[in-house]
Design a protein around this ligand. Sequence first.
Ligand SMILES: [Zn+2]
Length: 285
Amino acid sequence: MGSTDTRGSTDTTGSTDTRGSEDTGGRRRLVLLLALVTVLVVVVGLAVWLRGGGADDDPTPTAVGDSTTTAAAVTPSPTPTPTPTPTPTFDRTQLSLIDPASSWVVVNKARPLSPIDWAPADLVPFGNGYQLRAEAAQAMDAMIGVAAAQGIELSVQSAYRSYDYQVSLFSAQVSRFGEDRAEIQVARPGHSEHQTGLAADVGGGGCDIESCFATTAEGQWVAAHAAEFGWLVRYPEGGQDVTGFKYEPWHIRYVGTPLATEMQRTGAATLEEFFGLPAAPGYPG
Ligand SMILES: [Zn+2]
């Protein structure tokens, strides 16, 4: 560096000295001009190259943007369908099967309500002086309404029955038909689903609380559509060995739409079967 500086200074001095000799001065000017032109060409070339580079830079982000869009478009497509697959897995433990206040409580001849004289706290009056638990009453209203719109006239024949009422009903059946037949037709007090406030007997088509209800348009409608409203025909045909009751096409039990539709989907005929509970054909002991 130091040597270049010295040469420069020597040249400057030389140029001032050699003003007289035009040949040398002309050559130097030519060299300087050439150098200047070269620098100019280089500078212009650089500017052009830089612009070109700038232009090159432009497509790069678009290309990146394009690839991002493609990536974004590709990424969501595999995500949607496979992820919700676990949703259909029905959680059979989400509600209690023992708590009498649970809409899934399973009451049968081997599973009395506990306490045995339990009564619901949210009973609401429901047509003809009957009572149901609030949620069941709402579901019954909805079902009767939709059925009526389709020309199906359903009527409630029985709903909530207290422990005390069941005591009198059961003893009346025993004295009328004898104990054996009463046991098949009416549950012992504390063993009736009607005591939960989630069961009802429905009639229509000129056949109330008789097996002929199954042959009426009303009975067939109930069998086909009750689940949509959270109800199930609790004592199905051929289920006596499991439920302890003969076929009762009129007796429906509210369990909520998720469970009722899941039972329909899986083809489970009874709550005992669906939850893997022991059959209860009779009272223990
Ligand atoms: Zn009933």
